[in-house]
Design a protein. Structure first.
Length: 77
């Protein structure tokens, strides 16, 4: 899935510990949930000030999912 690779690439580019970044895909009745796991120290870098980075990632996923015709959401854990 291209969305998984996109989230993983962006997250690894932002954090200090890219080895701690993992991305999992969970499918449920509402669509697909991408779970992004990062080190606790890097959580602020992935979320951004006032959630700006997380919002940008979710916007990118929304565009990609609209093209594919399925609902995709992002959870940062």
């Amino acid at each position: 899935m291209a969305a998984k690779e996109l989230v993983e690439y962006v997250a690894k580019s932002l954090v200090d510990d890219p080895d701690a970044v993992t991305v999992e895909i969970v499918r449920d009745q509402d669509g697909t949930v991408i779970e992004l796991h990062v080190a606790e120290d890097d959580m602020g870098k992935v979320i951004g000030r006032n959630g700006s980075v997380a919002k940008a990632l979710r916007t990118l996923l929304k565009v990609m999912s609209a093209r594919d015709g399925e609902m995709v959401s992002l959870e940062i854990i």
